[in-house]
Design a protein around this ligand. Structure first.
Ligand code: ARG
Length: 463
Protein backbone atom coordinates (compact mmCIF):
# COMPACT_ATOMS: atom_id res chain seq x y z
CA UNK A 1 0.00 0.00 0.00
CA UNK A 2 1.30 3.43 -0.86
CA UNK A 3 1.64 5.85 2.01
CA UNK A 4 0.60 9.26 0.73
CA UNK A 5 2.03 11.30 3.58
CA UNK A 6 5.46 12.75 3.04
CA UNK A 7 8.30 11.42 5.19
CA UNK A 8 8.27 12.99 8.65
CA UNK A 9 12.07 13.14 8.87
CA UNK A 10 13.02 14.57 5.52
CA UNK A 11 9.70 15.21 3.75
CA UNK A 12 9.65 19.00 4.07
CA UNK A 13 9.93 19.60 0.36
CA UNK A 14 7.81 16.61 -0.67
CA UNK A 15 4.12 16.86 -1.50
CA UNK A 16 3.53 13.11 -1.65
CA UNK A 17 4.83 9.97 -0.03
CA UNK A 18 6.80 7.31 -1.87
CA UNK A 19 5.43 4.62 -4.13
CA UNK A 20 5.24 1.26 -2.40
CA UNK A 21 7.99 -0.07 -4.66
CA UNK A 22 10.12 2.96 -3.84
CA UNK A 23 9.63 2.29 -0.17
CA UNK A 24 10.54 -1.35 -0.61
CA UNK A 25 13.76 -0.68 -2.47
CA UNK A 26 14.72 2.21 -0.23
CA UNK A 27 14.17 0.74 3.20
CA UNK A 28 17.01 -0.92 5.07
CA UNK A 29 15.27 -1.41 8.40
CA UNK A 30 14.71 -5.08 7.57
CA UNK A 31 18.40 -5.69 8.11
CA UNK A 32 20.01 -2.62 9.67
CA UNK A 33 17.96 -3.13 12.82
CA UNK A 34 20.99 -5.21 13.78
CA UNK A 35 22.82 -1.91 14.26
CA UNK A 36 20.37 -0.71 16.94
CA UNK A 37 22.74 -1.01 19.89
CA UNK A 38 25.61 0.67 18.05
CA UNK A 39 23.25 3.38 16.77
CA UNK A 40 22.07 4.19 20.27
CA UNK A 41 25.61 4.11 21.68
CA UNK A 42 26.67 6.56 18.98
CA UNK A 43 23.69 8.84 19.60
CA UNK A 44 24.29 8.86 23.35
CA UNK A 45 27.92 9.85 22.83
CA UNK A 46 26.86 12.50 20.34
CA UNK A 47 24.28 13.99 22.74
CA UNK A 48 26.76 14.11 25.62
CA UNK A 49 29.27 15.86 23.37
CA UNK A 50 26.67 18.39 22.13
CA UNK A 51 25.93 19.31 25.74
CA UNK A 52 29.60 19.56 26.69
CA UNK A 53 30.15 21.84 23.71
CA UNK A 54 27.23 24.04 24.75
CA UNK A 55 25.21 23.19 21.64
CA UNK A 56 22.52 21.38 23.61
CA UNK A 57 21.22 22.15 27.10
CA UNK A 58 22.17 19.69 29.79
CA UNK A 59 18.54 18.88 30.47
CA UNK A 60 17.82 18.13 26.79
CA UNK A 61 20.94 15.99 26.59
CA UNK A 62 20.03 13.94 29.62
CA UNK A 63 16.45 13.53 28.42
CA UNK A 64 17.83 12.26 25.10
CA UNK A 65 20.38 9.95 26.72
CA UNK A 66 17.80 8.48 29.10
CA UNK A 67 15.18 8.19 26.39
CA UNK A 68 17.60 6.34 24.15
CA UNK A 69 18.11 3.75 26.89
CA UNK A 70 14.36 3.25 27.03
CA UNK A 71 14.28 2.75 23.26
CA UNK A 72 17.15 0.29 23.49
CA UNK A 73 15.41 -1.76 26.15
CA UNK A 74 12.28 -1.86 23.98
CA UNK A 75 14.33 -3.12 21.05
CA UNK A 76 16.18 -5.67 23.12
CA UNK A 77 12.96 -6.74 24.80
CA UNK A 78 11.34 -7.32 21.41
CA UNK A 79 8.50 -4.86 21.97
CA UNK A 80 9.75 -2.19 19.55
CA UNK A 81 7.69 -1.78 16.40
CA UNK A 82 9.93 -1.26 13.41
CA UNK A 83 8.46 0.74 10.55
CA UNK A 84 9.43 0.44 6.91
CA UNK A 85 8.08 3.92 6.26
CA UNK A 86 10.83 5.17 8.58
CA UNK A 87 13.39 3.56 6.26
CA UNK A 88 16.22 2.64 8.55
CA UNK A 89 17.37 2.09 12.10
CA UNK A 90 18.48 5.69 12.54
CA UNK A 91 15.06 7.16 11.80
CA UNK A 92 13.19 4.38 13.59
CA UNK A 93 15.11 5.10 16.78
CA UNK A 94 14.75 8.85 16.48
CA UNK A 95 11.02 8.67 15.79
CA UNK A 96 10.47 6.48 18.82
CA UNK A 97 12.65 8.76 20.93
CA UNK A 98 10.33 11.61 19.98
CA UNK A 99 7.34 9.59 21.22
CA UNK A 100 9.13 8.83 24.46
CA UNK A 101 10.65 12.22 25.35
CA UNK A 102 8.93 14.69 23.03
CA UNK A 103 10.47 17.85 21.63
CA UNK A 104 14.14 17.46 22.71
CA UNK A 105 14.40 14.40 20.44
CA UNK A 106 14.41 16.73 17.46
CA UNK A 107 17.65 18.30 18.67
CA UNK A 108 19.69 15.08 18.63
CA UNK A 109 20.43 15.28 14.92
CA UNK A 110 22.21 18.64 15.27
CA UNK A 111 25.68 18.63 13.67
CA UNK A 112 25.22 15.11 12.40
CA UNK A 113 23.94 13.31 9.32
CA UNK A 114 22.84 9.76 8.72
CA UNK A 115 25.97 9.51 6.61
CA UNK A 116 28.39 9.78 9.51
CA UNK A 117 25.89 8.02 11.74
CA UNK A 118 25.71 4.87 9.63
CA UNK A 119 29.46 4.88 9.06
CA UNK A 120 29.95 5.02 12.83
CA UNK A 121 27.38 2.35 13.65
CA UNK A 122 28.75 -0.01 11.06
CA UNK A 123 32.35 0.47 12.16
CA UNK A 124 31.37 -0.29 15.74
CA UNK A 125 29.55 -3.42 14.57
CA UNK A 126 32.39 -4.71 12.40
CA UNK A 127 34.88 -3.95 15.17
CA UNK A 128 32.90 -6.25 17.47
CA UNK A 129 32.99 -8.94 14.81
CA UNK A 130 36.77 -8.69 14.64
CA UNK A 131 36.86 -9.26 18.39
CA UNK A 132 34.50 -12.21 18.10
CA UNK A 133 36.57 -13.74 15.30
CA UNK A 134 39.74 -13.32 17.36
CA UNK A 135 38.12 -15.14 20.28
CA UNK A 136 36.78 -17.87 18.00
CA UNK A 137 40.18 -18.37 16.43
CA UNK A 138 41.87 -18.56 19.81
CA UNK A 139 39.43 -21.21 20.98
CA UNK A 140 40.06 -23.20 17.82
CA UNK A 141 43.82 -22.86 18.27
CA UNK A 142 43.53 -24.18 21.82
CA UNK A 143 41.59 -27.20 20.56
CA UNK A 144 44.28 -27.87 17.96
CA UNK A 145 47.00 -27.49 20.58
CA UNK A 146 45.30 -30.13 22.74
CA UNK A 147 45.26 -32.51 19.76
CA UNK A 148 48.88 -31.71 18.97
CA UNK A 149 49.98 -32.26 22.53
CA UNK A 150 48.30 -35.63 22.76
CA UNK A 151 49.77 -36.88 19.50
CA UNK A 152 53.05 -34.97 19.32
CA UNK A 153 54.91 -38.18 18.42
CA UNK A 154 52.20 -40.11 16.60
CA UNK A 155 53.33 -40.81 13.08
CA UNK A 156 51.15 -40.36 10.02
CA UNK A 157 51.79 -40.02 6.32
CA UNK A 158 52.63 -36.54 5.10
CA UNK A 159 51.27 -35.95 1.61
CA UNK A 160 52.17 -34.00 -1.46
CA UNK A 161 49.76 -34.28 -4.40
CA UNK A 162 47.75 -36.38 -1.90
CA UNK A 163 50.35 -39.08 -2.53
CA UNK A 164 52.33 -40.40 0.41
CA UNK A 165 55.45 -38.28 0.66
CA UNK A 166 57.25 -38.57 4.01
CA UNK A 167 56.14 -39.53 7.49
CA UNK A 168 55.16 -36.61 9.69
CA UNK A 169 53.74 -36.38 13.17
CA UNK A 170 50.09 -35.82 14.03
CA UNK A 171 51.20 -32.98 16.26
CA UNK A 172 53.05 -31.36 13.37
CA UNK A 173 49.99 -31.53 11.16
CA UNK A 174 47.77 -30.00 13.85
CA UNK A 175 50.33 -27.27 14.49
CA UNK A 176 50.38 -26.35 10.79
CA UNK A 177 46.77 -25.22 11.25
CA UNK A 178 47.64 -23.41 14.45
CA UNK A 179 50.06 -21.31 12.38
CA UNK A 180 47.41 -20.60 9.71
CA UNK A 181 44.73 -19.64 12.22
CA UNK A 182 47.26 -17.51 14.08
CA UNK A 183 47.81 -15.49 10.91
CA UNK A 184 44.05 -15.19 10.47
CA UNK A 185 43.90 -13.89 14.03
CA UNK A 186 46.67 -11.42 13.23
CA UNK A 187 44.77 -10.20 10.17
CA UNK A 188 41.67 -9.61 12.30
CA UNK A 189 43.78 -7.72 14.83
CA UNK A 190 45.36 -5.58 12.12
CA UNK A 191 41.99 -4.83 10.55
CA UNK A 192 40.56 -3.91 13.93
CA UNK A 193 43.42 -1.56 14.71
CA UNK A 194 43.14 0.18 11.33
CA UNK A 195 39.36 0.60 11.45
CA UNK A 196 39.37 2.00 14.96
CA UNK A 197 38.86 5.66 14.00
CA UNK A 198 35.63 7.57 14.42
CA UNK A 199 33.66 8.92 11.44
CA UNK A 200 31.20 10.66 13.80
CA UNK A 201 31.07 14.42 13.31
CA UNK A 202 31.96 14.25 9.62
CA UNK A 203 28.26 15.10 9.23
CA UNK A 204 26.92 14.76 5.68
CA UNK A 205 30.36 15.06 4.08
CA UNK A 206 31.95 18.42 4.79
CA UNK A 207 32.04 18.61 8.56
CA UNK A 208 29.91 21.11 10.45
CA UNK A 209 29.86 24.75 11.50
CA UNK A 210 28.87 23.77 15.04
CA UNK A 211 31.76 23.76 17.54
CA UNK A 212 31.69 19.98 18.05
CA UNK A 213 34.38 17.92 19.76
CA UNK A 214 35.07 14.87 17.62
CA UNK A 215 37.81 13.70 19.94
CA UNK A 216 35.30 13.44 22.75
CA UNK A 217 32.87 11.23 20.82
CA UNK A 218 35.74 9.17 19.43
CA UNK A 219 36.97 8.48 22.93
CA UNK A 220 33.49 7.75 24.30
CA UNK A 221 33.00 5.10 21.62
CA UNK A 222 36.38 3.46 22.17
CA UNK A 223 37.92 4.75 18.95
CA UNK A 224 41.58 5.73 18.96
CA UNK A 225 40.92 9.08 17.25
CA UNK A 226 38.51 10.80 14.87
CA UNK A 227 39.02 10.17 11.16
CA UNK A 228 41.04 13.03 9.72
CA UNK A 229 39.00 13.76 6.59
CA UNK A 230 35.24 14.16 6.68
CA UNK A 231 34.78 13.18 3.02
CA UNK A 232 36.73 10.00 3.60
CA UNK A 233 34.92 9.33 6.87
CA UNK A 234 31.50 9.02 5.22
CA UNK A 235 32.76 7.35 2.02
CA UNK A 236 35.08 4.68 3.35
CA UNK A 237 34.01 1.06 3.49
CA UNK A 238 37.46 -0.46 3.23
CA UNK A 239 37.21 -1.34 6.92
CA UNK A 240 34.37 -3.72 6.07
CA UNK A 241 36.28 -5.04 3.06
CA UNK A 242 39.31 -5.67 5.20
CA UNK A 243 37.17 -7.66 7.61
CA UNK A 244 35.69 -9.61 4.69
CA UNK A 245 39.12 -10.26 3.20
CA UNK A 246 40.44 -11.54 6.50
CA UNK A 247 37.24 -13.57 6.91
CA UNK A 248 37.63 -15.01 3.41
CA UNK A 249 41.21 -16.14 4.00
CA UNK A 250 40.18 -17.63 7.32
CA UNK A 251 37.24 -19.41 5.66
CA UNK A 252 39.64 -20.76 3.06
CA UNK A 253 41.82 -22.23 5.81
CA UNK A 254 38.77 -23.68 7.53
CA UNK A 255 37.72 -25.17 4.21
CA UNK A 256 41.06 -26.87 3.63
CA UNK A 257 41.02 -28.38 7.09
CA UNK A 258 37.40 -29.42 6.65
CA UNK A 259 38.36 -31.18 3.41
CA UNK A 260 41.05 -33.10 5.27
CA UNK A 261 38.56 -34.13 7.94
CA UNK A 262 36.15 -35.37 5.27
CA UNK A 263 38.92 -37.48 3.74
CA UNK A 264 40.33 -38.63 7.06
CA UNK A 265 36.98 -39.75 8.45
CA UNK A 266 36.20 -41.91 5.39
CA UNK A 267 36.23 -45.70 5.66
CA UNK A 268 39.19 -45.77 3.27
CA UNK A 269 41.35 -43.61 5.53
CA UNK A 270 39.99 -44.01 9.06
CA UNK A 271 42.52 -41.49 10.35
CA UNK A 272 39.99 -39.86 12.63
CA UNK A 273 36.67 -40.62 14.20
CA UNK A 274 34.34 -37.65 14.48
CA UNK A 275 32.10 -37.56 17.51
CA UNK A 276 28.40 -38.30 17.28
CA UNK A 277 27.82 -34.74 18.37
CA UNK A 278 29.39 -33.46 15.17
CA UNK A 279 28.16 -36.01 12.63
CA UNK A 280 24.85 -37.03 11.14
CA UNK A 281 23.31 -40.26 9.94
CA UNK A 282 21.75 -41.20 6.63
CA UNK A 283 18.00 -41.68 6.33
CA UNK A 284 18.48 -44.72 4.07
CA UNK A 285 21.92 -46.21 4.75
CA UNK A 286 22.01 -47.27 8.39
CA UNK A 287 25.77 -47.79 8.50
CA UNK A 288 26.57 -44.20 7.61
CA UNK A 289 28.02 -41.49 9.76
CA UNK A 290 28.49 -38.37 7.73
CA UNK A 291 30.89 -35.49 8.39
CA UNK A 292 28.22 -32.88 7.63
CA UNK A 293 29.71 -30.18 9.84
CA UNK A 294 33.01 -30.46 8.00
CA UNK A 295 31.27 -30.37 4.64
CA UNK A 296 29.27 -27.29 5.57
CA UNK A 297 32.36 -25.54 6.88
CA UNK A 298 34.04 -26.41 3.58
CA UNK A 299 31.16 -24.71 1.77
CA UNK A 300 31.05 -21.54 3.87
CA UNK A 301 33.89 -19.97 1.92
CA UNK A 302 31.41 -19.62 -0.96
CA UNK A 303 29.19 -17.08 0.74
CA UNK A 304 31.96 -15.42 2.72
CA UNK A 305 34.18 -14.79 -0.27
CA UNK A 306 31.01 -13.98 -2.23
CA UNK A 307 30.29 -11.20 0.27
CA UNK A 308 33.79 -9.87 -0.21
CA UNK A 309 33.38 -9.77 -3.99
CA UNK A 310 29.89 -8.28 -3.76
CA UNK A 311 30.93 -5.37 -1.54
CA UNK A 312 34.03 -4.76 -3.65
CA UNK A 313 31.74 -4.44 -6.68
CA UNK A 314 29.32 -2.14 -4.85
CA UNK A 315 32.15 0.21 -3.94
CA UNK A 316 34.35 0.17 -6.99
CA UNK A 317 32.71 2.89 -9.06
CA UNK A 318 31.33 5.22 -6.41
CA UNK A 319 32.30 8.86 -6.54
CA UNK A 320 32.86 10.60 -3.21
CA UNK A 321 31.12 10.98 -0.87
CA UNK A 322 28.07 8.97 0.24
CA UNK A 323 25.91 7.20 -2.34
CA UNK A 324 22.88 5.12 -1.48
CA UNK A 325 24.62 2.14 -3.05
CA UNK A 326 26.48 1.95 0.22
CA UNK A 327 23.35 0.82 2.03
CA UNK A 328 24.01 -2.49 0.27
CA UNK A 329 27.16 -2.98 2.35
CA UNK A 330 25.48 -4.41 5.41
CA UNK A 331 23.63 -7.62 4.54
CA UNK A 332 26.72 -9.14 2.98
CA UNK A 333 28.85 -8.37 6.00
CA UNK A 334 26.19 -9.59 8.44
CA UNK A 335 25.87 -12.88 6.59
CA UNK A 336 29.62 -13.37 6.25
CA UNK A 337 30.23 -12.59 9.92
CA UNK A 338 27.44 -14.90 11.13
CA UNK A 339 28.72 -17.74 9.03
CA UNK A 340 32.35 -17.22 9.91
CA UNK A 341 31.57 -17.33 13.64
CA UNK A 342 29.43 -20.42 13.17
CA UNK A 343 32.12 -22.16 11.13
CA UNK A 344 34.78 -21.33 13.71
CA UNK A 345 32.64 -22.65 16.55
CA UNK A 346 31.74 -25.82 14.64
CA UNK A 347 35.36 -26.48 13.74
CA UNK A 348 36.43 -25.95 17.32
CA UNK A 349 33.81 -28.41 18.53
CA UNK A 350 34.77 -30.99 15.92
CA UNK A 351 38.47 -30.74 16.71
CA UNK A 352 37.85 -30.93 20.44
CA UNK A 353 35.70 -34.03 20.06
CA UNK A 354 37.53 -35.96 17.37
CA UNK A 355 39.65 -39.02 18.07
CA UNK A 356 42.71 -39.67 15.98
CA UNK A 357 43.25 -43.33 15.19
CA UNK A 358 46.87 -43.75 16.22
CA UNK A 359 47.23 -47.26 14.76
CA UNK A 360 45.68 -46.40 11.40
CA UNK A 361 47.88 -43.32 11.15
CA UNK A 362 51.00 -45.34 11.90
CA UNK A 363 50.07 -48.10 9.47
CA UNK A 364 49.50 -45.59 6.71
CA UNK A 365 52.70 -43.75 7.61
CA UNK A 366 54.79 -46.80 6.83
CA UNK A 367 53.19 -47.59 3.49
CA UNK A 368 53.84 -46.03 0.11
CA UNK A 369 57.65 -46.02 0.45
CA UNK A 370 57.37 -43.05 2.79
CA UNK A 371 60.95 -43.37 4.05
CA UNK A 372 62.59 -43.38 0.62
CA UNK A 373 64.02 -39.91 1.27
CA UNK A 374 65.52 -41.17 4.53
CA UNK A 375 67.16 -44.00 2.61
CA UNK A 376 68.64 -41.58 0.10
CA UNK A 377 69.81 -39.29 2.89
CA UNK A 378 71.52 -42.30 4.57
CA UNK A 379 73.40 -43.08 1.36
CA UNK A 380 74.61 -39.48 1.28
CA UNK A 381 75.47 -39.28 4.95
CA UNK A 382 77.04 -42.71 5.49
CA UNK A 383 78.42 -43.67 2.08
CA UNK A 384 79.18 -40.13 0.88
CA UNK A 385 77.19 -40.53 -2.35
CA UNK A 386 76.19 -37.36 -4.22
CA UNK A 387 72.46 -36.81 -3.60
CA UNK A 388 71.60 -37.34 -7.27
CA UNK A 389 73.24 -40.80 -7.23
CA UNK A 390 71.61 -41.63 -3.91
CA UNK A 391 68.25 -40.62 -5.43
CA UNK A 392 68.86 -43.04 -8.30
CA UNK A 393 69.92 -45.95 -6.08
CA UNK A 394 66.87 -45.38 -3.89
CA UNK A 395 64.60 -45.26 -6.92
CA UNK A 396 65.97 -48.65 -8.02
CA UNK A 397 65.27 -50.07 -4.55
CA UNK A 398 61.72 -48.67 -4.59
CA UNK A 399 61.12 -50.31 -7.97
CA UNK A 400 62.49 -53.59 -6.60
CA UNK A 401 60.21 -53.45 -3.54
CA UNK A 402 57.24 -52.46 -5.67
CA UNK A 403 57.91 -55.40 -8.02
CA UNK A 404 58.05 -57.76 -5.06
CA UNK A 405 54.90 -56.25 -3.59
CA UNK A 406 56.60 -55.25 -0.31
CA UNK A 407 57.71 -52.11 1.47
CA UNK A 408 61.26 -50.80 1.70
CA UNK A 409 62.02 -52.18 5.19
CA UNK A 410 60.91 -55.63 3.95
CA UNK A 411 63.78 -55.92 1.47
CA UNK A 412 66.69 -57.93 2.89
CA UNK A 413 70.26 -56.74 3.07
CA UNK A 414 71.40 -58.92 0.13
CA UNK A 415 68.75 -57.44 -2.11
CA UNK A 416 69.83 -53.96 -1.10
CA UNK A 417 73.49 -54.73 -1.68
CA UNK A 418 72.69 -56.00 -5.17
CA UNK A 419 71.77 -52.38 -5.96
CA UNK A 420 74.64 -50.79 -4.03
CA UNK A 421 77.32 -53.01 -2.41
CA UNK A 422 78.22 -50.39 0.21
CA UNK A 423 74.88 -50.66 2.00
CA UNK A 424 75.07 -52.06 5.56
CA UNK A 425 72.47 -53.27 8.04
CA UNK A 426 72.40 -49.90 9.80
CA UNK A 427 70.30 -48.64 6.91
CA UNK A 428 67.29 -50.34 8.51
CA UNK A 429 67.51 -47.85 11.37
CA UNK A 430 66.38 -45.00 9.14
CA UNK A 431 63.67 -46.96 7.39
CA UNK A 432 61.35 -47.03 10.40
CA UNK A 433 58.84 -44.21 10.47
CA UNK A 434 59.67 -43.25 14.05
CA UNK A 435 63.36 -42.86 13.23
CA UNK A 436 62.39 -40.90 10.18
CA UNK A 437 60.35 -38.30 12.01
CA UNK A 438 62.74 -38.11 14.97
CA UNK A 439 65.58 -37.26 12.61
CA UNK A 440 63.80 -34.20 11.15
CA UNK A 441 65.08 -31.85 13.83
CA UNK A 442 65.52 -28.80 11.62
CA UNK A 443 63.67 -25.76 13.00
CA UNK A 444 59.97 -26.17 12.26
CA UNK A 445 60.51 -29.80 11.26
CA UNK A 446 58.30 -32.73 12.11
CA UNK A 447 60.43 -34.24 14.92
CA UNK A 448 58.36 -34.59 18.11
CA UNK A 449 60.90 -32.43 19.97
CA UNK A 450 60.40 -29.60 17.46
CA UNK A 451 56.63 -29.98 17.60
CA UNK A 452 56.66 -29.85 21.40
CA UNK A 453 58.75 -26.68 21.29
CA UNK A 454 56.15 -25.05 19.03
CA UNK A 455 53.30 -26.21 21.26
CA UNK A 456 55.05 -24.66 24.26
CA UNK A 457 55.59 -21.41 22.35
CA UNK A 458 51.92 -21.10 21.41
CA UNK A 459 50.75 -21.95 24.90
CA UNK A 460 52.82 -18.98 26.08
CA UNK A 461 51.40 -16.64 23.44
CA UNK A 462 47.72 -17.55 23.64
CA UNK A 463 45.65 -15.86 26.34
N1 ARG B 1 20.18 3.57 5.59
C1 ARG B 1 21.25 4.35 5.07
C2 ARG B 1 22.45 3.40 4.80
O1 ARG B 1 22.45 2.36 5.29
C3 ARG B 1 21.66 5.41 6.02
C4 ARG B 1 22.33 6.57 5.39
C5 ARG B 1 21.37 7.35 4.57
N2 ARG B 1 21.98 8.54 4.06
C6 ARG B 1 21.42 9.23 3.07
N3 ARG B 1 22.08 10.27 2.64
N4 ARG B 1 20.30 8.85 2.50
O2 ARG B 1 23.37 3.73 4.07
Amino acid sequence: MTDTTANAMWGGRFAAGPDAIMEAINASIGFDKRLARQDIEGSRAHAAMLAAAGILSDSDASAIREGLLTVLSEIEGGTFEFSTALEDIHMNVEARLKQVIGEPAGRLHTARSRNDQVATDFRLWVREQCDAAILGLEALMRALLAQAEQGADWVMPGFTHLQTAQPVTWGHHMMAYVEMFARDRGRMMDARARMNESPLGAAALAGTSFPIDRHMTAEALGFDRPMANSLDAVSARDFALEFLSAASICAMHLSRFAEELVIWSSAQFRFVRLSDRFSTGSSIMPQKKNPDAAELIRAKIGRIFGANVALMMVMKGLPLAYSKDMQEDKEQVFDAADNLMLALAAMEGMVRDMTANREALERAAGSGFSTATDLADWLVRVLGLPFRDAHHVTGTLVAMAEGAGVDLPDLDLAQMQSVHPGITASIFEVLGVHNSVASRMSYGGTAPAQVRAQIARWKEILP
